[in-house]
Ligand binder design. Sequence first.
Ligand code: ATP
Ligand code: HMH
Length: 279
Amino acid sequence: MSRTPRTALTIAGSDSGGGAGIQADLRTFFACGVHGMTAITAVTVQNSVGVHGFTEIPTDVVAAQIEAVTGDMGADAAKTGMLATAEIITTVASAVDKAGIGKRHDVPLVVDPVAASMHGDPLLREEALEAIRTELFPRATLVTPNLDEVRLLTGLSVTDVTEQRKAADALLELGPRWVLVKGGHMTDSPECVDLLSDGTHVVELTCPRHDTPHTHGGGDTLASAITAHLAKGFDMPDAVAAGKKFIERCVIESYPLGEGVGPVSPFWRLGSELPDPTA
Ligand SMILES: Nc1ncnc2c1ncn2[C@@H]1O[C@H](COP(=O)(O)OP(=O)(O)OP(=O)(O)O)[C@@H](O)[C@H]1O
Ligand SMILES: Cc1ncc(CO)c(N)n1
């Protein structure tokens, strides 16, 4: 029998195309050496071109998934992605409290406030934004908004690092312990700067902007890589630094698939099992 790995739970939606959502989270957990568990909140009909629709999972089933895995296997860290509705958000907030997950407990909670797909298709009902602010942010150990989500949550438009700092301060007012303001959408910049802050420690994580349109699932992959490293016991700045290194390589190795936007790729972690370029 071999040693049991650390565990991480993702509470998120399914992407039928396999590049984002639950599927991205699970493959990232695996690539980072952590056992992944899932509580599915919604099933999207999605491919490289866009999200064609979604169905929510009943709230009692969302809560039961969280209870079943945390009560039996335990989670060393957890993350949320697509939550779809205010009712699901409220359910998740009380389920993580019951499971001892979140800022006030020992088990870190990463909240990725997913509002839309990268094609601009909504993944969250409009009226649910307030529930993200009031129910989830105060429970979060880390929140990881992109710049569109920053604007929706705070009303602030961010175009440079100085504005990223102001946005981080505004988001911290909503109660999370740490904030990571992602800079992937600042497409005029030759660098991708993500700003991490807890109000005292401010760290800029920078990498070159790699020239690829295929970044589907980038936000989910970054948040799950951070969650996996938190599960392994890294402190927040080290977990985020490890996540940033991981996502940069996944962006470099991203591949075209379908007619639209291809996924970022954790395949590089497989070494000799890498896809055969001659096949
Ligand atoms: N072209 C790129 N080159 C290098 N890093 C990138 C690139 N695009 C995005 N990133 C990085 O990928 C991560 C995800 O950032 P982004 O701001 O795109 O999040 P997101 O919009 O939530 O992602 P998505 O909606 O595509 O899943 C960040 O660490 C960002 O800096
Ligand atoms: C299910 C799902 N979650 C998150 C995203 C955002 O990348 C997506 N496109 N689909």
